[in-house]
Design a binder for this molecule. Structure first.
Ligand code: ADP
Ligand code: ZN
Length: 543
């Protein structure tokens, strides 16, 4: 058993068991709680799912130390706040929630309670509410005067930093908390921050000699790999060979894609269901329950799935489409192997997934995204592409570097495909084949041609579509016949990546059609001033 020491150890341990029905503390929880109860400012960096909420919920229900009064929790995520308040109420903790969506009657009731003797234990508020509502400010000052303000908790604290990805206007105002309520300790928590961001958070919130708790984000039991995106059959045989009857999640970017893939998997005798935001709450709940009970093994889901899910024995998390950013990717893969046993995290990569995502980012459907935000999203997507294409540096090292952590690849223990496959790489010059492809696209001039059609011509496929247009007579017909599919994919991917070719997207109705056009670097290749070298690992059955 854990040895808990310090002036508040006994009460902390009792509350853990009695109120939260938990047995032991996870990394840094007890230490952060003790520091908070001693009245110190506290900063906690913990991966998502690491157990940040206990760090402030537990002191809130204690009596010893600096805990008297209301704990005010500021968080930007409405859904998560709702979940937490419900969870607390289930444990008979008195928690209330005040957001811009709170109905006036209920808000009044909460305000009255805050003025009365029966103050709630925890008050959850959005930063916007804290900034805008003058009545809330009056209440806080009243609580402060009567020494009934226990602590300010700033969840998702990275939102205050302009270094971070999620900078929020209303968070900036939080720097006044220290000036307005100098005696009230502050606890700031986040799951994403490099050193620069951490320093920024500490300064902006004016934390005073804070107790800082950080931990490695490394998940030693997870195997990370990125493999070329192949056919669904390859996916099926991987699951059947490596994870028969085991539980997993397959992430896809579109709702339709989830339904189609789940259907295909069922056609191959795999127990799969889909999950996405367009389902009714009842449907979602049912599917989730079936998956949790092990009745259904595989969920094919959009990123709508996963918040608050705590299933231990997830043996694989597959990204069948390109994730939009590394934070999301890491969070989603983090749902694998919560029991500490080995689990696989596999990303099926094709450069062709990039363009549709870029289109989505730039389309700016909801119309209220700023230019800066679009640039941030593009930047974040680029980081994912770099990660996928870097097949030399240990995947762990790359991932953890993203979170500002230095990781020596010797410590990976061959638990990523770059470490395992060192030395298996193949270098192949495909300049000649690329020239054929580019001349083919050039010969179409202003006429639109799809990648699929070019592929058929180069492969020498004798299909109706090819014959109809007389393309079986084209000089490029069959020029890539000798290339295996994987190399063929890489040829297209690399031509796009190097701007030798570009994809032009044309919207017809709800659909985006993608056509191949010459890119700015096409002439360099055709004139022999640029070579196309592939650096890849041959596909194996196990990703
Ligand atoms: P975070 O906010 O860091 O993403 P949460 O606080 O939501 O994480 O906790 C994630 C999950 O871990 C929750 O289901 C929570 O009940 C569980 N958890 C937290 N601390 C412990 C603990 N000490 N022992 C067991 N489970 C815990
Ligand atoms: Zn590695």
């Amino acid at each position: 058993p854990q040895e808990l020491t310090g002036p508040y150890a006994e009460e902390i341990d009792i509350k853990l068991k009695q109120v939260f029905k938990l047995q032991t503390f996870r990394c840094n929880q007890f230490e952060a709680i003790s520091a908070a109860m001693a009245g110190r400012d506290v900063f906690v960096l913990m991966p998502t799912g690491g157990g940040k909420s206990l760090c402030y919920q537990l002191p809130a229900v204690c009596r010893g130390g600096k805990t008297k009064g209301v704990t005010v929790v500021v968080s930007p995520l409405l859904a998560l706040m709702h979940d937490q308040v419900n969870g607390l109420r289930n444990n008979e903790v008195d928690a209330v929630l005040l957001t811009s969506a709170t109905r006036e009657g209920e808000a009044r009731e909460i305000r009255e309670r805050l003025y009365s003797k029966s103050t709630p234990t925890l008050l959850y508020v959005t930063p916007e509410r804290l900034k805008m509502s003058s009545s809330l400010n009056t209440i806080l000052r009243h609580l402060y005067r009567t020494k009934e303000l226990a602590r300010f908790v700033i969840d998702e604290a990275h939102c205050i930093s302009t270094w971070g990805q999620d900078f929020r206007e209303a968070y900036q105002e939080l720097h006044t908390l220290r000036d307005d309520f100098p005696e009230v300790p502050i606890m700031a928590l986040t799951a994403t921050a490099d050193h620069k961001t951490i320093d920024d958070i500490l300064v902006r919130l004016q934390l005073n000699n804070p107790a800082v708790f950080t931990q490695s984000f490394n998940r030693a039991n997870l195997f990370y790999s990125v493999v070329p995106k192949g056919s669904v059959d390859e996916l099926v045989s991987f699951i059947k060979e490596c994870h028969p009857n085991e539980t997993g999640v397959i992430y896809r970017t579109g709702r339709d894609k989830c339904e189609v893939l789940a259907d295909k998997l069922r056609g191959k005798n795999l127990q799969a269901r889909h999950y996405h935001a367009r389902m009714t709450p009842e449907e979602k709940e049912m599917v989730q329950a079936q998956w949790k009970d092990g009745e259904c093994h595989i969920l094919v889901a959009t990123i709508a799935f996963g918040m608050g899910i705590d299933k231990k024995n997830v043996r694989f998390v597959i990204h069948y489409d390109l994730p939009k950013n590394m934070d999301g990717y890491y969070q989603e893969t983090g749902r694998a192997g919560r029991d500490g046993l080995p689990a696989d995290c596999i990303l099926y990569y094709s450069y062709r997934d990039v363009q549709p995502l870029l289109t989505m980012i730039r389309d700016n459907k909801d119309g209220n995204t700023t230019k800066a935000s679009i640039e941030r999203q593009e930047h974040a997507l680029n980081a994912v592409v770099r990660y996928c294409e870097n097949n030399t540096v240990c995947r762990r090292t790359q991932i953890l570097q993203h979170f500002g952590e230095k990781f020596d690849e010797k410590d990976c223990g061959e638990k990523c495909n770059n470490c395992v496959d060192k030395g298996l790489r193949i270098f192949q010059d495909v300049t000649q084949e690329a020239k054929k492809l580019v001349s083919l696209v050039k010969s179409f001039g202003h006429e639109n041609v799809t990648m699929g059609h070019c592929r058929q011509i180069l492969k020498g496929s004798n299909t109706a579509a090819v014959r109809e247009k007389g393309h079986d007579q084209h000089p490029a017909f069959g020029a890539g016949r000798h290339l295996p599919n994987q190399v063929f994919d890489l040829l297209f991917d690399n031509c796009l990546r190097l701007d030798v070719l570009v994809e032009k997207s044309i919207q017809k109705g709800n659909w985006h059609h993608h056509y191949l056009k010459l890119g700015p670097k096409a002439d360099e290749l055709l004139q022999g001033r640029r070579k196309l070298q592939l650096d890849y690992r041959p596909n194996t059955s196990k990703p």
